[in-house]
Design a binder for this molecule. Structure first.
Ligand SMILES: Nc1c(C(=O)O)ncn1[C@@H]1O[C@H](COP(=O)(O)O)[C@@H](O)[C@H]1O
Length: 165
């Protein structure tokens, strides 16, 4: 656990999710947003989930990014236990290519919102960008960094395709 105060908590159901969720961490890193990464599972470590979600606000987190695969209850259960914004990333599962993850994260009952992103790496990157956009509402310097990140992305898109080596 980090001792530095972090705005964003990135939690994931298993070590195996890190290959996906590290893209969220790297994107936050690129934007200079302090974050913490933890393995928390509604299924395998329910007490850890309860303690994390109940204490997340007091720890100073402003946003939670939760990635899980398969029967992905982690984002929804986290949202049930905290009123912080929760962004859910469906991790691509082997058996069903992440469709199970997506549907189990996105279909929340009215009253407990989870902002659900795309399956896999795109979702992890976009969860971080969405977190950045929310935090930038109250942080002009971050808003500038986010604009610069977007401009850099735009500048990297070629006008014409070329043959790949
Ligand atoms: N969906 C959940 C939850 C949860 O939702 O609490 N905890 C673990 N898992 C998922 O199980 C998948 C397989 O995990 P293992 O690779 O450890 O067997 C992972 O994608 C994880 O997110």
């Amino acid at each position: 656990m980090s001792t530095v105060r972090a705005d964003v908590a990135i939690i994931m159901g298993s070590q195996s999710d890190w290959a996906t969720m590290r893209h969220a961490a790297e994107t936050l890193e690129a934007l200079g947003i302090a974050h913490d990464t933890r393995i928390v599972s509604a299924h395998r470590t329910p007490q850890r989930l309860y303690d994390f979600a109940k204490g997340a606000k007091a720890e100073g987190f402003k946003i939670v990014i939760a990635g899980a695969g398969g029967a992905a209850h982690l984002p929804g259960m986290t949202a049930a236990l905290t009123s912080l914004p929760v962004f859910g990333v469906p991790v691509e599962s082997k058996a069903l290519s992440g469709q199970d993850s997506l549907l189990s994260i996105v279909q929340m009952p009215a009253g407990i919102p989870v902002g659900t992103l795309a399956i896999g790496k795109s979702g992890a990157v976009n969860a971080a960008l969405l977190a950045a956009a929310v935090l930038a509402l109250g942080d002009d310097k971050l808003a500038e960094r986010l604009d610069a990140w977007r401009a850099e992305q735009t500048a990297k898109v070629a006008d014409h395709p070329m043959d790949e080596a």
